[in-house]
Ligand binder design. Structure first.
Ligand code: INI
Length: 180
């Protein structure tokens, strides 16, 4: 039996991209600070001279999936963290933005095979959002840890996909005589 599991220690060679929506900056800035703190305390170099973390700023959460997808397709990153805050109280198009960003992030992770952390808060009120971004807890910390765990896990299972890609025509259970 093989058990595949990520960890929070093997961070030295990992590379991350963080995509950050400017909309609701009061909340998203707090998520970003906690996410950076989490990465840093697990050994990831964070800051202006960092060779491990790159940043991409977008106007709002709606724009996150497109930019995150480009970054994932670049092949440069072990994981991508998407940070945003969609708050219902502010606008009628909350539902469109919230559903599009969730669907887009899920699709790009499936399409690219790069782990993408869904760090977009979706709340009814600003009060609920700030409670999750620093007042009661700060989910940004968990987003950082999730990205590390998924990045280390993906490094362990990546070679399985490569083996399958070399022989894509083979069925799951290939009789030994067909492998010669
Ligand atoms: N963007 C957000 O990140 N959060 C929101 O709550 C939000 N609301 O409610 O409107 C929001 N809208 C902007 C949207 O993401 C796009 O930037 C905009 O529609 C331009 O494409």
């Amino acid at each position: 039996m093989t058990v595949f599991e990520g960890n929070l220690q093997d961070t030295r060679d990992l590379k991350f991209a963080i995509v950050i929506a400017r909309f609701n900056d009061l909340v998203v800035g707090k998520l970003l600070a906690a996410c950076e703190d989490s990465l840093r305390r697990h050994g990831v170099a964070v800051g202006p001279d960092s060779h491990q973390v790159d940043y991409a700023w977008v106007p709002g959460s709606f724009e996150i999936p497109m930019v995150a997808r480009q970054l994932a397709l670049s092949g440069r990153y072990d994981a991508i963290v998407c940070l945003g805050a969609v708050i219902r109280g502010q606008t009628s198009h909350y539902d469109h933005v919230a559903s599009e960003v969730a669907k887009g992030i899920q699709a790009l992770a499936f399409q690219t095979g790069v782990p993408v952390t869904f760090g977009v808060l979706t709340t009814d009120t600003m009060q609920q959002a700030i409670e999750r971004a620093g007042i009661k807890s700060n989910l940004g910390w968990e987003y950082g840890e999730n990205a590390i765990e998924m990045a280390t896990l993906t490094r362990k299972i990546r070679h399985l996909v490569a083996v399958r890609a070399v022989q894509p025509e083979l069925p799951e259970q290939t009789p030994p005589n067909l492998l010669q």
